[in-house]
Design a protein around this ligand. Structure first.
Ligand SMILES: [Fe+2]
Length: 244
């Protein structure tokens, strides 16, 4: 077995749209000042098959809820920092892991090669990849290091699913500890309709590359951090893009 994390505390599944569900949970980073904050997993049902995006390991009751939705078949990793639970779903359900072309690594050394990562995906996603979700397309931010993806769904007027690139933490939620409430506000994370500040600073995507996102018509955003934006999502994010 690959080294796996334990299940952190998390909430129940919420239905966002037909066949699209969201579960929010805690992530904790150890250090002199341990930070706990929230992250989201989106689950898309294709007939009876489930596709997990930005995977979050669930506890036993969460796994029972997941089982009631369908059979786990695929995991999609959009952001380098959101792969820690992929191995769990691969090993428990035999899920195929589709990943952004970035190594699975811990820490902040962005120059590690793919093979020295702690886990290997089954395949990497690029602009031409046919994803296991009907009417979907990957938007690849190839100029960033590490690379990042967003997922575009042609339904409900256009839905974007993001990793770290687009976030919507209007305020800290129940999964934040006190240090994270203070530090992450100071670091610019606590802001609605936000481009992920740490990702922007360290991964350094080219502005033109990032702005390809707004070439897509999307009404809704389901981010890995913060609440879904339901309705007028593109319009709400335009000020963040114009500040780039
Ligand atoms: Fe993140």
């Amino acid at each position: 077995m690959t080294e796996q994390t334990h299940a952190f505390p998390h909430g129940n599944f919420k239905k966002v749209f037909k066949d699209i569900y969201l579960v929010s949970g805690e992530m904790s980073i150890k250090g002199r000042l341990p930070l706990s904050f929230s992250r989201n997993m989106t689950v898309i049902r294709e007939n009876n098959d489930l596709v997990l995006i930005n995977s979050v390991r669930l506890n036993d009751s969460g796994l029972a809820e997941l089982k009631a939705l369908g059979t786990v078949k695929h995991v999609i990793r959009l952001a380098e920092f959101h792969g820690i639970d992929d191995a769990f779903y691969k090993e428990r359900y035999g899920a195929k892991v589709w990943s952004v072309n970035a190594p699975y690594f811990k820490g902040v050394d962005f120059n590690i090669d793919i093979q020295s990562g702690y886990f290997q995906a089954d395949c990497f996603i690029d602009d031409s990849t046919a994803l296991p979700i009907n009417g979907s397309k990957a938007i690849c931010i190839n100029s960033s290091n590490p690379k990042e993806l967003l997922l575009f769904l042609e339904r409900e007027g256009g839905i974007l699913i993001s990793g770290d690139a687009l976030q919507n933490w209007a305020k800290p939620d129940q999964f934040f500890n006190l240090p994270a409430k203070i530090m992450m506000r100071l670091m610019g994370f606590i802001k609605p309709y936000n481009i992920g500040p740490a990702w922007l600073k360290h991964a350094r995507p080219e502005t033109s590359d990032l702005k390809q996102i707004i070439d897509f018509r999307f009404e809704h955003l389901i981010p890995a951090h913060g609440n879904p934006v339901i309705g007028n999502a593109k319009e709400k994010f335009l000020p963040a893009f114009s500040r780039l």
